[in-house]
Design a protein around this ligand. Structure first.
Ligand code: UD2
Length: 321
């Protein structure tokens, strides 16, 4: 059993990763400032002796926190790094603030990792690093040319990981996520994922807005499948120094996605169209070869099943409100 630090572990994808690690008996330390994560996402583990939560910001010095944990449990052995400012539009509004959290916060963690002999780091990167004109399907060799400070941050961190690997022998795997969806994705901000927004509107029978003609495509991957890839890349010693796309390889239009959601929810929501969102890419889907070859990664949850499960969760949230 391994002691794993999960930064951003109270967030959407982070908490699914924590669930998987805990269910396999690992000792998990979550560091999260709860800026976009929720304690409710990890509440089920609160009384488990193998679970520790520290509310802390990665840009503050968390060395003391990690040392405190090490004194009680033993040193952190592996790290999964999710903590970040994840909103693309916010990164455009405040690129300096974005670097502070995403780049400087990460480099501080990498310094901790190499000074304390952390065995391996798994990093949550993004398909936002790719050129908007990348070939379809996109693969890991496609040109990286981010269209946002957020995408630049993720690419810069990949370079830092490579630097730490070469200079200090730090082991790592970076995963570039496609469009992740599932329970716990917050629909309430203007940069929320499209599926979380559509499901939220559908259960309330409120109109949904499709930008452009709706024939733009995405590769939607379910959160527990992403958690599976992350845990593999953290705990297995393969895929060293590799960058791997995590998606499904299935390209779906926004129109199809909307129709499936309205159908599953038996919703009376109407669909309205609005002009294309600035900077939206037209088609996005990944090849799966590298994830299959290096991580034996195979997504288990198809879109319809994933939408059903997410819908069930959205309904439980309506009762709570
Ligand atoms: C995703 C990531 C983003 C960044 C980017 C890189 C999510 C939530 N966002 O943005 O972080 O990595 O990829 O390219 O994964 N749409 C509608 N109606 C709505 C909302 C969205 O039609 O109410 C459309 C939108 O125009 C787009 C598609 O749905 O064509 C997906 O939008 P999104 O915001 O969920 O994700 P995306 O791919 O723009």
């Amino acid at each position: 059993m391994t002691r794993v630090l999960v930064t951003g572990g109270a967030g959407f994808i982070g908490s699914h990763t924590v669930d998987l690690l805990m269910s396999r008996g690992h000792d998990v330390l979550v560091v999260d400032d709860l800026s976009t994560g929720f304690k409710a996402n990890i509440a089920r583990w609160a009384n488990d002796p193998k679970f520790t939560f520290f509310k802390a910001d990665i840009t503050a010095d968390i060395t003391g926190t990690l040392d405190q944990y090490a004194a009680i449990k033993g040193p952190v052995e592996r790290m999964i790094h999710f903590a970040a400012q994840t909103a693309v539009p916010l990164s455009m509004d405040d690129p300096v603030g974005d670097i502070r959290v995403n780049v400087m916060g990460t480099v501080a963690l990498l310094e901790y990792a190499r000074r304390n002999g952390i065995e391996k780091v798994a990093f949550a990167s993004s398909s936002a690093v790719y050129d908007d004109d990348a070939p379809v399907p996109v693969n890991e060799e496609s040109r990286a040319r981010p269209s946002s400070p957020y995408g630049i941050d993720k690419l810069v961190i990949e370079f830092y990981l490579d630097y730490y690997a070469r200079l200090y022998g730090l082991k790592y795997t970076a995963l570039r996520f496609m469009n992740v969806y599932g329970p716990r994705q917050d629909p309430k901000s203007y940069y929320s994922g499209v599926i979380s927004i559509f499901l939220d509107r559908a259960v309330r029978n409120e109109p949904i807005t499709i930008f452009d003609d709706g024939e733009q495509t995405r590769d939607f991957v379910y959160a527990t499948d992403v958690a599976d890839a992350v845990v593999k890349s953290c705990l297995e010693d393969g895929a060293l120094g590799e960058i791997i796309n995590i998606g499904t390889g299935v390209e779906v239009t926004i129109n199809q996605t909307a129709r499936t959601i309205l159908d599953l929810a038996k919703s009376r929501s109407t669909i309205t169209h609005a002009p294309a969102r600035a900077g939206d890419i037209r088609r996005s889907v990944t090849t799966m070869d590298k994830a299959a070859r290096l991580l034996a990664f195979q997504p288990k949850v198809g879109l319809r099943e994933g939408l059903e499960q997410t819908l069930a969760w959205v309904r439980t949230q309506m009762i709570v409100r």
